[in-house]
Design a protein around this ligand. Sequence first.
Ligand code: GLN
Length: 539
Amino acid sequence: MPDTRYVFVTGGVASSLGKGIISASLAKLLQARGYRVTIQKLDPYLNVDPGTLNPYEHGECYVTEDGAETDLDLGHYERFLNVPTSQANNVTTGRIYQNVINKERRGDFLGKTVQIIPHITDEIKRNIKLLGNKHKFDVVITEIGGTVGDIESLPYIEAVRQLKWELGSRAIVIHLTLVPFLAASGELKTKPTQHSVKALLEIGVQPDILVLRTEKHLALDIRKKVALFCNVDSKAVIQSIDVKSIYEVPVKMQEEGLDEIVLEKLRLPIDTKPELKDWKAFLSKLNNAKKTVKIGLVGKYVELADAYKSIIEALIHAATYNDHKVEIKLFQSETIQPDQISEALKGLQGILVAPGFGHRGFEGKLAAVKYARENNIPFLGICLGMQCSVIEYSRNVLNLEKANSKEMDHTTAYPVIDLMEDQKNITDKGGTMRLGAYDCKLKKGSKAFEAYGTEQIRERHRHRYEFNNDYLQAFEEAGMMATGINPDTGLVEIVEIPKHKWFVGVQFHPEYSSTVLKPHPLFMAFIKVAIAENQNGAK
Ligand code: GLN
């Protein structure tokens, strides 16, 4: 297809309506029709990327194969599309301004006053078109973060206005709003949608399609009313009704004809409806699983489930393909009391200790590892969770008193987790960790090798500290083995305790690459062994 098409997704009325899921669902439907589709998120905040943000702010930081620290919506895009995203898929205002200011310093605009319009908007447009021009996608879906009317998203909407003008029928806008149900009067209200579209019109953007988030079915007369007030075809007013799982949304959107109206507006052929066979097979497993597997997730951000989004989704994928529902019990590691741990974690079939940074809740994580290790409960430690398993083992099995990670105690006598040599002189916090995909070679016969079924793997990283190889021999002699090694650097990427039923700690983040159609092998193996665990057997 010669000319890339651009679909912009904006939001109004309220935040958190699910622009990311609507974008991912539309992308899935277009992909199923044979188009090369990608999704891009434009975030209006001033951080250059979300890498330095506390997860309480925007949830998990997602990492792409090329090492970009991005918004968690990119995780949804990958889970839905099964196609990797890259640095180009997430752009923030911080990055846009940084690029423009760098160009100004280089003298690129010599003599000119540098302004929001055209310089910032041009840079936004360049970043949007990059995916079409350079990466040659047929359709680029660009989600504009925030809500229309926000001061900070104005330059983005202005860029959309300009692009619509430049690209004609190659660009369309989908506006997602909320139709609230007022219980007192028993009515669905469209006025907020009308106001929101007015706000878009004021900045010169006429939406082509409206997606209305609702908890109740929207009758035809409501859609006609919205169409009339907002200058759109009534068939371009689509309802997005609340569903139990985000994975239902592509099917719902297909029923509503979202993909067909998008193709029509973009003047692309409609042809036959894709069957979505594999996707529906997953949904049927998800909806029909009767038995439940109980997993404990131990971390310090548990009050906000979005902080562990990819882990939770990876657990759901793996449980579904093992014909189970997963009940995830979240444990705040900060409040776990080591002497009450067996009471707290009793009855779990598997324990996962989460990634993280800093002291808070650290000792609670160590206590959870100890409980899993001593009681032979399937255990998966991810990143800091893996480092915790190493520290716990060094303290309680190797008897290295107060062994620690240099991150937690830089004066420790036994730095079993230490800063990498090339990290020692780094002072900037942003974008300076070991980021992105690295090769890893697995030891034959290990649990990891059994799970992956291959010796060569490649997984994504996001950390500064590493297993300290000075202690490797002592660990192996005491029964904790390095079963995954980076072939280029010799860094330990996986540790296991072969005597244990299933105890695996990984320095990388397998959760980032679990998708609906391709559940992650480590999560699959972890859930499988957890299912085999007698629910009440755990002491
Ligand atoms: N804080 C640890 C490090 O930087 C682990 C990071 C993580 O869990 N993502 O090495």
